[in-house]
Design a binder for this molecule. Structure first.
Ligand SMILES: Cc1ncc(C[n+]2csc(CCOP(=O)(O)OP(=O)(O)O)c2C)c(N)n1
Ligand SMILES: [Mg+2]
Length: 674
């Protein structure tokens, strides 16, 4: 109440109502040590109702959770000092408006977009089961953590929670417990405005164990429900808790007014009076409260972690290799020699689709990288992301240690589950058609905010899809993915750039990547005649230069359009014009190069420039200038064979040549005028 009032913004009602639920869970169940909030086998608590962030910050403060720095060290500082609670929602406070992973220790995932937290919890739970399958040994239960997520009506309404809940039950994730704050209130008012489904019935139908607690203040009932969760096998648990938002506030309890604005000084005073709390005190933390938490979660959690550490020491002696693997996982280090079998592709004018070369490279890496895992939203035969080597295995409820995840047709939940797997530090990839990246964009964006090294493989990357038509042909997707801060987008031009792209991807620890691949075959370039594919690493490189090293025009392209530009370069040569072809697979990698390199690739004195990319043209003016030309898509595509589409939309050698010559003439004209 005090934090929200002081910030003059925020959500007081739900933290108040859920305090008893959080109290019982943290004090009596959560296997979490405040001294070491990143202990690998800790239970996770996820506040899916991220707007209720002061609940989590209060818990972190009262339990005296310690801060962890980027090097995984705890230096004795509190994750949430009281001053930061007083500065709720202010710049630099450890208490931002919504919980942010990495910013505040003890926050297991960033939440705020409703539904993301619960869906992410499925990924963390799946990772727990996977780690158990791979690393547990008789008498060594190294991984057996549970995942709790606290959700509101909003989380239940959002479709992503349904996708994730369905898969969680299908996989029988018994280590997963969602607690649903059934307060019947959202922003606009009572849920009866828009929500009358039988949530319990829905979850029963998914295959969850559903329990009800009729009163959020009844600690015994809560205890019983949580105990029953612990005993539940082979299915996840939902505990529906009936509560009163802003419990105890005399005029605002059970109203949407308690959801998103401060209660007001008078109401807070009256509420404190009703709680039997000193009504003038603000941010009061009586020492007994801290002691209480110390004696509860502090003592229990400390003991549990100490036991686990001892067990790990014995485990390391008996099973040194798996133990070393778990340590590498925790530090996001790839295994040794993960790249030893990456193939080199011989020149081939016909070539192969980049989805195919990617499938080969991915398999070559995954074979040597045991915790690289993932799958597709029902499209792996098309995205070529299935791991096919011996022993790869399919994940199912009977085999939670497999490497291939079948997400089903659930792009959004796939995104959140990938985030969950990455939060548990597994190396996760997910694939689908580029067009459907929109469906999972909410989660992808969170991966970028959280700096999680999630790998997206998006295939069928243009009108090159052909006959499936405009619903399946991405147009605006490349620029819109490039617009997400922190996301690295890579669109390789041939099989050897694909191999290099994967090298870059696996080295990343904090960056999500979208690898953009074709459905159609593209030539494998003869690298004895053009620059090596290692140039991909720098985002853009001179693939093939003007014969005299002094280009009249720059041709910039990505992916399938690069070989088109090489053909145009040849045709231009015959017309007496010298072109430099620049392969530019990744804007983001290029932007990170120093100015000298960027200038060497794109010399500012060459103003005649044409970009060629089979996507909306948005953004290319950055590299070709306002006077440059951009060959790209200006409309949606159409349903037709690829050749016809390339003609119609101007992706031909003739079109590139003509645009380049026009550019050269224009620049000559302005030079003359000058
Ligand atoms: C995806 C998404 N849509 C909309 C919002 C804006 N929003 C924040 S809280 C809220 C209502 C949430 O109601 P509920 O989950 O029942 O939480 P309660 O008010 O009961 O705490 C909405 C619509 C959001 N945070 N995320
Ligand atoms: Mg609600």
């Amino acid at each position: 109440m005090d934090a929200v009032q002081q910030a003059n913004s925020g959500h007081p009602g739900t933290p108040m109502a859920m305090a008893p639920v959080a109290y019982v869970l943290w004090q009596e169940f959560l296997r979490f040590d405040p001294e070491d909030p990143i202990w690998p086998n800790r239970d996770r608590f996820i506040l899916s109702a991220g707007h209720a962030s002061t609940l989590l910050y209060s818990l972190l403060h009262l339990a005296r959770v310690k801060a962890v720095n980027r090097k995984y060290e705890t230096l004795g500082e509190l994750a949430v000092p009281l001053d930061d609670l007083k500065n709720f929602r202010q710049l630099e406070s450890k208490c931002p408006g919504h919980p942010e992973y990495r910013w505040t220790s003890g926050v297991e995932t960033t939440t705020g977009p409703l539904g993301q937290g619960v869906a992410t919890s499925v990924g963390i739970a799946l990772a727990g089961k996977w780690l158990a399958e791979r690393y547990n040994r008789p008498d060594f239960p190294m991984f057996d953590y549970d995942v709790y997520a606290l959700a509101g009506d909003g989380c239940m309404m959002e479709g992503i929670s349904g996708e994730a809940a369905s898969l969680a039950a299908h996989l029988g994730l018994s280590n997963l417990c969602w607690i649903y704050d059934n307060n019947h209130i959202t922003i606009e008012g009572n849920t009866s405005l828009a929500f009358s489904e039988d949530v319990a019935g829905r979850f029963l139908a998914y295959g969850w164990n559903v329990q009800r607690v009729s009163n959020a203040n009844d600690l015994d009932l809560l205890r019983e429900a949580l105990q029953r969760f612990k005993k539940t096998v082979a299915r996840p648990s939902l505990i529906i808790v009936d509560s009163h938002i802003a419990y105890g506030a005399p005029t605002k309890q059970d109203t949407s007014a308690a959801h998103g604005e401060p209660l007001g000084e008078n109401e807070i005073r009256a509420t404190k009076r009703r709680y039997g709390w000193p009504e003038d005190a603000k941010f009061l933390v009586p020492p007994e409260v801290v002691d209480d938490f110390k004696g509860g979660i502090g003592k229990r959690g400390g003991q549990l972690r100490a036991d686990w550490m001892n067990l790990f020491t014995a485990y390391s002696e008996q099973y040194p290799e798996p133990a070393a693997e778990t340590l590498a996982i925790q530090h996001r280090e790839p295994p040794k020699d993960w790249d030893a079998e990456i193939p080199t592709f011989p020149p081939d004018p016909k070539g192969l689709a980049s989805r195919d070369s990617s499938g080969k490279v991915l398999n070559a890496i995954a074979k040597r990288h045991p915790w690289l895992m993932g799958g597709s939203a029902d499209l792996s035969p098309s995205t070529k992301t299935r791991l096919t080597f011996e022993g790869a295995g399919e994940i199912s409820r009977e085999n939670l240690g497999g490497r291939n995840i079948h997400f089903g047709v659930r792009e959004h939940a796939m995104g959140a589950i990938l985030n969950g797997l990455a939060l548990a530090k597994l190396r996760a990839f997910g694939s689908g058609f580029l067009i459907f990246s929109d469906y999972g964009r909410g989660s992808l964006r969170l991966a970028a905010i959280m700096e999680l090294p999630v790998i997206y493989i998006f295939t069928h990357d243009s009108i090159g899809v052909g006959e499936d038509g405009p619903t399946h042909q991405p147009v605006e997707h490349l620029p819109s993915l490039r617009a997400i801060p922190g996301l690295t987008v890579i669109r390789p031009c041939d099989a050897n750039e694909v191999a290099e792209a994967w090298r870059v991807i696996i080295e990343k620890k904090y960056d999500p990547v979208a690898l953009i691949l074709t459905r159609q075959a593209i030539p494998t370039l003869d690298r004895s005649r053009v620059a090596p594919a290692s140039g991909l690493r720098r985002g853009a490189y001179v693939l093939s230069d003007a014969t005299n090293g002094k280009p009249d025009v720059l041709l910039l392209a990505t992916g399938s359009e690069v070989s088109l530009c090489l053909d145009a370069q040849e045709a231009l040569r015959q017309k007496g014009a010298q072109a430099r072809v620049i392969s530019m697979p990744s804007w983001e990698l290029f932007e990170r190069q120093d100015e000298d390199y960027r200038e060497a690739v794109l010399p500012s004195d060459v103003e005649a420039r044409v970009s060629v990319e089979n996507a909306a043209r948005f953004g290319w003016e950055r590299y070709v200038g306002l006077k440059g030309d951009r060959i790209g898509m200006r409309t949606f595509g159409a349903s037709a064979p690829l050749k016809a589409l390339q003609q119609k939309f101007g992706f031909t050698v003739d079109a590139v040549v003509s645009a380049a010559l026009t550019q050269v003439e224009k620049v000559k004209g302005t030079l003359r005028q000058r």
